[in-house]
Design a protein around this ligand. Structure first.
Ligand SMILES: Cc1cn([C@H]2C[C@H](O)[C@@H](COP(=O)(O)OP(=O)(O)O[C@H]3O[C@@H](C)C(=O)[C@@H](O)[C@H]3O)O2)c(=O)[nH]c1=O
Length: 183
């Protein structure tokens, strides 16, 4: 696993290094030791699989606030997505900046999103499977979200948006009172 920093401190692209032979490939998806430069004592409490049907579908942007703020390690197992993380950390020099990367079944990449970031993605293929590892349990009382099309973020989604959950459609736009996440 190779760790590549992004312009947003703490947000990493992880490039996996599969080993291939005549039978196929073997890929290490998580290794506490190899992720030590990124985080000491990385402890995952939940692993989730999300299956999305319909190219153009957007999920997000989601985050959890303290005491359930969470980091996520995400890998695409099937299909292709435009994956976005938004820095919401109060006082961060990159507050409200976003970074996107493509995760695909065949590009051997994952993303490590730290606490205080919102996450969302757009399916670029008709069938998408994402594997999530979370450092905090799902805590509905701490769930929060932002509009995928918030003009203050200006995320350049690559395709027109074909589907969205009612919850994601209902998030408020960011206003001047939005201070972000205090970790
Ligand atoms: C997130 C989550 C949802 N659920 C339930 C609630 C609901 O009935 C159903 C679908 O939930 P949602 O609509 O929240 O699913 P979804 O919109 O895919 O939520 C996900 O979006 C992406 C962008 C993320 O980053 C994830 O952390 C997660 O928030 O699954 C769980 O049981 N456990 C979980 O951890």
């Amino acid at each position: 696993m190779n760790l590549h920093p992004t312009p947003l401190a703490g947000l990493y692209e992880i490039r996996h290094t599969p080993v291939g032979d005549t039978r196929g490939r073997f890929t290490r998806l998580f290794c506490e030791q190899e992720l030590l430069p990124l985080r000491q004592n990385l402890h995952f409490t939940q692993i989730n699989l999300s299956e999305t049907r319909g190219r153009g579908t957007v999920r997000g942007l989601h985050y959890q606030i303290p005491p359930a703020a969470e980091a996520k390690l995400i890998r695409c197992l099937h299909g292709r997505v435009f994956d976005v993380a938004v820095d919401l950390r109060e006082g961060s020099p990159t507050f409200l900046q976003w970074h996107a990367m493509e995760l695909a079944e065949d590009n051997d990449r994952a993303v490590f999103i730290p606490e205080g970031f919102a996450h969302g993605f757009q399916a670029l293929t008709d069938e998408v499977h994402l594997l999530y590892m979370h450092t905090a349990p799902w805590t509905p009382a701490c769930e929060a979200g932002l509009r995928y099309d918030d003009p203050r973020l200006g995320i350049a989604w690559p395709q027109s948006v074909t589907a969205l959950s009612d919850r994601d459609r209902g998030y408020a736009l960011i206003d001047d009172t939005f201070a972000g996440v205090l970790l």
